[in-house]
Design a binder for this molecule. Structure first.
Ligand SMILES: C[S@@+](CC[C@H](N)C(=O)[O-])C[C@H]1O[C@@H](n2cnc3c(N)ncnc32)[C@H](O)[C@@H]1O
Length: 189
């Protein structure tokens, strides 16, 4: 299945890039005005973000969740906005400049973060996991950077399939529609 997925992705890569070129125009509008509002309500329900935390928005897109997180964590906190497409990160950087938020750092990367071990309180992955080819490798990297008592929160239409990829690394502690919260498990090195 993974081989088939990478075959399709490689064959259609120009189309895939074009999809993202369009995506930066219509998706942020939809995210910020409609779907994102419900998701942010779910953040409140589960008490996701607090002042002073370190927050990683993995696959941040154009920052529909990066900026709300940066407002909440405040000056004592830090938000890392990671994406594999430079265009998305340019938009995040522009929006944070316009809002005067200086606690956001962008990271251009795919499948790794470059962050220190156990340095992040919250990892947020919204509608990203299904797009990643080597999901297990990414989750191993996220396990490395998450603090022992940190929270990995995945919002994705893959729903219970997420559990298979997280098996042995994280324990699912909450499921609420498409939102899955995980706690880090101790693994032998
Ligand atoms: C559907 S968008 C979601 C964006 C944002 N999380 C949101 O919900 O508005 C998926 C994002 O994940 C990024 N992405 C896909 N695969 C990735 C990978 N392996 N590493 C980092 N980012 C990735 C894409 O570039 C895109 O910006």
């Amino acid at each position: 299945m993974a081989e088939f997925e990478s075959f399709i992705r490689d064959k259609f890569f120009p189309l895939y890039r074009a999809h993202y070129a369009l995506w930066v125009h219509w998706w942020p509008w939809w995210r910020e005005k409609v779907s994102g509002r419900n998701i942010l309500r779910q953040w409140d329900d589960v008490g996701l973000v607090e002042e002073g935390q370190t927050f990683l928005d993995y696959g941040c897109g154009t920052g529909s969740f990066t900026l709300p997180a940066a407002r909440i964590v405040g000056k004592q906190g830090k938000v890392y906005a990671l994406d594999c497409f430079p265009r998305q990160l340019e938009i995040v950087a522009r929006k944070s400049r316009e809002e005067g938020l200086d606690n956001i750092e962008t990271i251009l990367a795919a499948d790794w973060t470059g962050l220190s071990d156990e340095s992040v309180d919250i990892i947020w992955m919204c509608d990203v996991l299904h797009e990643i080819v080597d999901r297990r490798a990414v989750l191993v990297e996220l396990h490395r950077v998450l603090k022992k008592d940190g929270r990995l929160v995945v919002y994705d239409g893959m729903r219970d399939k997420i559990l298979g990829y997280a098996d042995g690394l994280f324990s699912c502690v909450l499921r609420q529609e498409k939102l899955y919260e995980f706690a880090k498990r101790d693994i032998a090195k």
